[in-house]
Design a protein around this ligand. Sequence first.
Ligand SMILES: [Zn+2]
Ligand SMILES: [Zn+2]
Length: 299
Amino acid sequence: MASTTELLLRVNGVQPAFGIEFGLDSPRANEGRSGDPYRQANVSFSLVQRRHDRIVRHTLIDVGMGVVPSLLEFEQTHGVHVVDEVLLTHPHFDHFAQLDWLSMCLLRSDRPDQPRPLPIHASTDCWENGPNRIHRHLAERSDFRPLEPARKLVLGDLRVTPFAVDHGPKAPGALGFVAEHGKRKIVISGDFVRIADEDHPRMFDADVLFLEANTWHPAEWTSHQSVLGNLRLIDKWRPKRTYLLHYSGYEDLEHQNDPIAGPMDTETFRRQLQRIAEDRDIRLAVHGMILGDTVTWPT
Ligand SMILES: [Zn+2]
Ligand SMILES: [Zn+2]
């Protein structure tokens, strides 16, 4: 069936678990505190279906720290006032911290088109180890719906297929998502170190691939991926464009004999990325960027 909506994808936040580190003297932290230290949020995405300039569905992926303020900004700029559903990648605090705040806001919202209670899609392991353990009253004001790898969700014109990722023993039930809208395919890795089913056709030929890159150099003991570690997957999956996010660079401090020996500011990161990208289209994701609006989709 042909899709009748257009898709916007907003990056609500790009920050790793501990955001811009208080007290740390690094080019990345110094840039963060000298810019707008309030405008930071953990990695999160809004997938918005719009028909004739009217928002018809808003699917939110992950709700870590800073995400509700980022959504307040999105409300102001694009009139996105409801959340139709939340999808969670995994049970780490930087991916669900503000779910309690959001669910309470939506109870108080008087929008007739706001679904109540709020549907929250996550794996059962994620739900039980993360949000349902930490936010004690969340279950009373939400509608938990268990996700399973490879079982497709249909959300209006958007089809979302979860896939299992390995993000270490402290992240049971971790998932990534393949989102399809019309002919467009977006792959969102979530936090991960490995993807068991990386040869599955669903991972290949995306229009846009979002990969977490917590460090520059591989540091698999952190259960996270890295810029250099991701090159192999980019070459295998051949997306038209790749965005990196969740960059901290902290563990790169262990590479004191390497030119990249710690957290870089944006300009240095972009320059280094350009150096290794060769013919690949790899970019650094930016807080608040909107594919289909402030940034064009790849063609
Ligand atoms: Zn994370
Ligand atoms: Zn994580």
